[in-house]
Design a protein. Structure first.
Length: 188
């Protein structure tokens, strides 16, 4: 069975974005991107909510071809283009692209079926509403939480109020030069 692995950047106080979805409080670094690119070695699919998909789709398909692209940008862009994209959305139109799967109904059942298909792991990037849906259904196997050295005070939380309790085991920690910490937790 394929694993579903969350990759999410949060503020120290647990927000994935400021109140209006702004990401300006997160300081991107090539070191961080290279680390995330290496996480894609075990995955052949990416899952998003519609907004996160549209945000990533506006940059990554052409990032490798930019004249100043770094090795990590080229590597991640190439992975992104080859990966199956699974978009959880009730409003996104169907597409003719062979590597985009839109799931709008029976999300937990459909993701459960996708996890049973042959292939590598599935990475879910940010997408707090989509993440909450698969989290509540018990479909997430592990979590890479990147804690950024910023406090938003308010914003869009990664975890909403939930009656679901999940015990986790810390599997790895990575510290970055910009002060960010990556914590890898597995369900356990």
């Amino acid at each position: 069975m394929r694993n579903l692995i969350l990759i999410a950047h949060t503020s120290l106080d647990g927000f994935v974005a400021a109140p209006n979805g702004e990401l300006s409080g997160f300081v991107a670094s090539d070191e961080n991107l290279e680390f995330v690119w290496r996480l894609t070695d075990t995955a052949d699919a990416a899952m998003f909510g519609r907004k996160s998909y549209q945000l990533l789709e506006s940059y990554w398909p052409t990032a490798a071809g930019r004249s100043n692209a770094t090795k990590a940008e080229i590597g991640y862009s190439n992975w992104y283009n080859a990966a199956e994209k699974i978009v959880l959305s009730k409003t996104m139109e169907k597409t003719n692209s062979s590597n985009i799967r839109i799931i709008s109904d029976n999300v937990a059942d459909e993701i459960g079926r996708v996890k049973q298909l042959p292939g590598k792991d599935i990475l879910i990037f940010g997408s707090p509403a989509a993440f909450q849906t698969v989290f509540e259904a018990g479909l997430v196997n592990s979590y890479w939480i990147f804690i950024n050295p910023v406090i938003f005070g308010e914003g869009i939380p990664l975890f909403k109020a939930s009656k679901t309790k999940v015990n986790l085991k810390l599997a790895a920690i990575k510290q970055f030069a910009n002060g960010e910490l990556a914590l890898h937790y597995i369900s356990g």
